[in-house]
Design a protein around this ligand. Structure first.
Ligand SMILES: *Cc1c(COP(=O)(O)O)cnc(C)c1O
Length: 340
């Protein structure tokens, strides 16, 4: 099966499993796991922050960050397709009692002017805007990249209004490989940053939240409250450390494979690319036949899985377990399925 539903479907490599098997562990709720300490220090250094905190998922790192930045009744400004809002089960309302002010964007990118337009003057009746979120790369935008200039311009407006700023950098690694802007430079404008190890980096589990030490200590309490205190999780942190060391540079292969797939799709009668050309590891496209579910069924029977993104569009994601030969095979399967 060629599985292009997401870069989360990767399986740990033999070398990663070896690193996991050899990990030194302890009870991390007591602060005793040396491998988790090593991971948290490594991530803090990479992102240029004082400290970081390992958690089971990117949803938890984002939602713990929101909870630690706000009080019930506050408001967070974020793009309308942001993962934090769109794909985290309504958690900002459910877990933090905050509302989301949705900014219109183009493929996940919004402008400084848009932030200005959506900020409100102080008024007793309004919710208090506390936090501005940026997502880089942008998942629903199709893996689009914010340039550092774009980041700096929206953060500057947020700062003028006294907002804290959080970066959902689940795939920040991809933005760095594609642009050459370091993770540290991308992280610098933000108070806090979430990163995932379980996407393109290929670890089985885990994310981290980085920021100032006092904030991370506050976040540690909410992680426990949200049920994310883990015990001998060094076994998982070892996989993340291995991924950071060995799987970052190779993301360029995923990006090349996404471009290769997009070329194949562009040259397939009956399929059209949607949105900007792939900037990282995602390809968004649709069928001209209207009936996407029939197409998805036919390709699955032929050994290819691709995710439905909405009623009429699909998203294919390249990753560690996909070779260029498999991309070519995927194009072949799509062509026959559209023709049939
Ligand atoms: C995947 C993802 C997350 C976190 O997802 P989990 O499945 O909870 O790890 C957060 N933000 C973005 C942009 C993502 O793509």
């Amino acid at each position: 099966m060629i599985d292009l539903r997401s870069d989360t479907v990767t399986r740990p490599t033999a070398a990663m499993r070896q690193a996991m098997a050899n990990a030194e562990v302890g009870d991390d709720v007591f602060g005793d796991d040396p491998t988790i300490h090593r991971l948290e220090q490594t991530v803090a250094d990479l992102l240029g922050k004082e400290a970081s905190l390992y958690m089971p998922s990117g949803t938890m790192t984002n939602q713990v960050a929101l909870r630690a930045h706000t009080e019930p009744g506050d408001e967070v400004l974020l793009e309308e397709g942001a993962h934090v809002y769109f794909s985290e089960t309504g958690a900002p309302a459910a877990l933090s009692g905050i509302s989301c002010r949705l900014l219109p964007g183009e493929w996940g990118i919004f402008s400084a002017d848009t932030v200005r337009t959506y900020l409100r003057p102080a008024n007793l009746q309004y919710p208090t805007a506390k936090l501005l979120c940026v997502e880089n790369t942008h998942n629903r935008g199709g893996g689009t990249i914010w340039s550092l200039e774009q980041v700096l311009s929206v953060v500057a407006v947020g700062r003028e209004a006294g907002l804290r700023c959080h970066l959902d950098g689940a795939r920040l690694w991809n933005a760095t490989i594609a642009t050459g802007t370091s993770e540290r430079d991308y992280a610098a404008p933000f108070d806090t940053v979430s990163v995932c190890f379980s996407k393109g980096l290929g670890a089985p589990v885990g994310s981290a939240l980085a920021g100032p030490r006092p904030f991370i200590e506050r976040a540690r309490r909410f992680r426990k409250q949200f049920g994310g205190g883990m015990r001998q999780a060094g076994i998982l942190a070892a996989a993340a450390l291995h991924a950071i060391q060995h799987h970052r540079q190779r993301l360029e292969e995923d990006h090349a494979n996404a471009r290769r797939l997009a070329d194949g799709i562009a040259n397939t009668r009956g399929l059209v690319l949607v949105g900007p050309a792939p900037q990282t590891n995602m390809v968004v496209f649709r069928t001209l036949q209207g009936d996407q579910s029939a197409l998805l069924g036919r390709i699955q029977a032929a050994g290819l899985r691709i995710g439905a993104r909405s009623i009429d569009t699909m998203r294919a994601v390249t990753h560690l377990d996909i070779s260029s030969a498999q991309v070519d095979a995927a194009i072949g399967i799509l062509r026959s399925a559209v023709a049939g």
